[in-house]
Design a protein around this ligand. Structure first.
Ligand code: NAG
Ligand code: NAG
Ligand code: NAG
Ligand code: NAG
Length: 343
């Protein structure tokens, strides 16, 4: 109760409340315009937000999973290509048909095709102007060994920030954190300056867990469920790029491992929330409606949810919540009904 009261006071003090004219919204909800950026847990302020929720939940007016199709959503790039490298016997086949939306998640599926080849899945943001920020995804990792599941920033092979989970490491389970270009030791192994193998103290395959990287000019912090797991500060990228998720195998026993052919292997993503700066920001946030940055926790804890001013006109467009550019989009204060009903 005290917590809600404090939070509400904060909003009353700094936010613009506007009447909400949408019938589907609770009449006690109010809109707040976060046009003064977003302050993260480390006190960094970011101009933009990306919020996408792939889960259909009861009572959530923003979602209609059956109408969603990432392939038809202009905010996304769903990959469809084959990666064959010289002097490397293993091929990665990314098929757009391996990206699927279920009511619980966006699914990235590894499976064999009718030719007996293994196929993989990948999708990313269409925009490629992310330049620093805090990037979070709630992911349930595949429970079958033989694949790599990754959440990463990518500009090129020499500007990349990776969080990768290899299913063949089970004892202990671990995630790899990496910066490209990578540095190698004299013996050819990856230097720990740019590559960390981090043992996990949870089973990543049974629940959704939050994978997060905070990219600032001189370091990248890697977080698991909000806890800092590792920080790297060598070869930090300084070029804008996109954010990608992929789930793949190329059957190389020395890296991805060999995945079974007789089943669909799933990596599942519940949601992604990024607070970031963009190369499109001419200046900082306008701070006209709101004098203070919104707190990222108010978005990640869903006290504030983006309010879609322009719902899709037809079922051919997606109704996934994806706020991809402006910090001036209104958010709906969702705790007000709770507060009022408990007074
Ligand atoms: C690729 O496969 C061929 C034929 O099996 C083999 O002779 C060759 O050594 C392999 N090359 C590499 C780089 O693994
Ligand atoms: C990183 O590797 C160096 C040697 O290459 C080693 O001395 C150092 O202890 C390692 N650091 C960590 C954190 O593992
Ligand atoms: C992001 O943009 C904000 C607002 O302009 C600025 O204060 C902050 O320094 C930027 N952060 C980085 C890492 O560039
Ligand atoms: C993302 O999904 C997870 C798993 O369902 C959930 O616990 C978390 O609250 C969600 N985050 C946001 C910002 O919606």
């Amino acid at each position: 109760m005290l917590g809600f009261g404090l939070v509400t006071t904060l909003f009353v003090g700094c936010a613009l409340f506007a009447p909400v004219g949408k019938a589907q919204l609770s009449s006690t909800s109010s809109a707040i315009t976060c046009d003064c950026g977003f302050r993260d847990e480390n006190n960094n302020v970011w101009t933009n937000v990306w919020f996408s929720d792939y889960q259909q939940s009861e009572g959530n007016v923003y979602h209609d999973a059956t109408a969603m199709d990432l392939k038809r959503d202009k905010n996304y790039l769903v990959m469809d290509y084959t990666m064959k490298r010289d002097n490397y016997n293993y091929t990665r086949i990314f098929s757009k048909n391996n990206v699927n939306l279920s009511p619980q998640s966006a699914q990235l599926i590894v499976r064999s095709n009718s030719d007996g080849d293994m196929t993989s899945a990948s999708f990313g943001t269409e925009r490629n102007d992310f330049l620093y920020g805090t990037f979070r995804a709630s992911i349930k990792m595949p429970s079958v060994p033989g694949t790599v599941a990754a959440f990463y920033y990518y500009e090129s092979d020499t500007a990349e920030i990776d969080m990768e989970t290899l299913g063949r490491y089970t004892d202990p389970r671990q995630s790899f954190f990496a910066i490209h270009p990578q540095i190698y030791n004299d013996d050819g192994t990856a230097s720990n300056l740019t590559h960390v193998k981090h043992p996990l103290d949870f089973d990543p395959t049974t629940e959704f867990n939050e994978y997060r990287f905070d990219w600032v000019p001189d370091s990248v912090g890697f977080y698991l469920n909000g806890q800092l797991a590792s920080t790297l500060d060598t070869n930090i990228p300084s070029t804008p790029g996109r954010v990608i998720l992929n789930h793949w195998t190329d059957s190389n026993p020395k890296f991805s491992g060999v995945a079974p052919m007789d089943q669909d292997i799933l990596m599942e993503v519940a949601n992604m929330t990024f607070f970031f700066n963009s190369t499109q920001d001419a200046t900082g946030p306008p701070c006209q409606s709101n004098r203070n940055a919104c707190d990222v926790k108010d978005i990640t804890s869903r006290r504030l949810l983006p309010f879609d001013k322009s719902p899709p006109a037809s079922s051919s467009s997606s109704s996934i919540v994806a706020y991809t550019s402006l910090s001036s989009i209104p958010f709906i204060l969702t705790i007000l009904p709770i507060l009022l009903s408990s007074l």
